[in-house]
Design a protein around this ligand. Structure first.
Ligand SMILES: [Zn+2]
Length: 235
């Protein structure tokens, strides 16, 4: 069993979370949507779900209940409001990004969080610019959302193709949701396609590829009731 990967930005707030590796075991009771590479955000209510809804972002304020997404090259984003009273898990591939899934997920997280609460967001393992080649139609779809900012994430490859830095676009979207740069994190560079020992990759393994499971859990001790200026470190 491989340990899940965690990030200091969320550990400092004692937010239970994990980015999956090959062989990591998902937590019991995990709620995750049926992902469709869209931009729908699902809010988890008191009773959870009877049927998983179609969505690519989940926002929850349900204490102690993990919510998550799966990926195999796309970018997973786990985010929380201060002290973890509200959390979000987002699945961002090029389609979802082009439709604004990251921004919509973070806007929904902000709406679910206490007014004015600081947000933090962390990007997990995903395909790197070393391995993610896109063609012109994909570039055009992304250009419609990112405009001239897209070019900084592209490097020419074969004629009509480019290498895309998907993580850079996700970071741009997180910044557009008005998170401070020091509130945005990512795991150390880890390309899912290059690192076969640790990660599943659709680009490498095709339809046989497994999925990495990523999750985050709203704080079990009722962060909503706490004043925002209370320290909520792991001590
Ligand atoms: Zn790579």
């Amino acid at each position: 069993m491989s340990p899940r990967l965690t990030h200091a930005l969320l550990r400092e707030w004692a937010v239970e979370h994990g980015f999956g590796q090959r062989g990591s075991v998902p937590p019991d009771g995990l709620l995750r949507p049926r992902q469709v590479h869209g931009a729908c955000v699902e809010l988890v209510g008191e009773s959870g779900w009877e049927e998983p809804p179609e969505a690519d972002a989940v926002v929850s304020t349900l204490p102690g209940r993990p919510v998550g997404v799966v990926t195999a090259d796309c970018v997973p984003v786990l985010a929380a409001s201060r002290c973890g009273s509200a959390v979000a898990a987002i699945h961002a591939g090029w389609r979802g990004l082009a439709h604004g899934v990251v921004r919509r997920g973070l806007d929904a997280l902000r709406a679910a969080a206490p007014a004015g609460a600081e947000l933090r967001a962390v990007m997990g393992p995903h395909i790197g610019p070393c391995c993610y080649e896109i063609d012109a139609p994909v570039g055009e779809a992304l250009y419609r959302r990112f405009g001239t900012k897209l070019s900084a994430a592209l490097r020419p490859s074969r004629p009509g193709h480019h290498w895309l830095d998907l993580g850079r676009l996700v970071r741009h979207e997180i910044e557009s949701a008005e998170l401070d740069p020091e509130c945005i994190g990512s795991l150390p560079a880890s390309c899912t396609r290059c690192d076969a020992a640790r990660f599943h990759s659709y680009r490498r393994d095709g339809v046989r590829a497994g999925r990495l499971v990523h999750y985050i859990c709203a704080h079990a001790d009722g962060g909503l009731a706490r004043p925002l200026d209370t320290s909520c470190g792991s001590s």
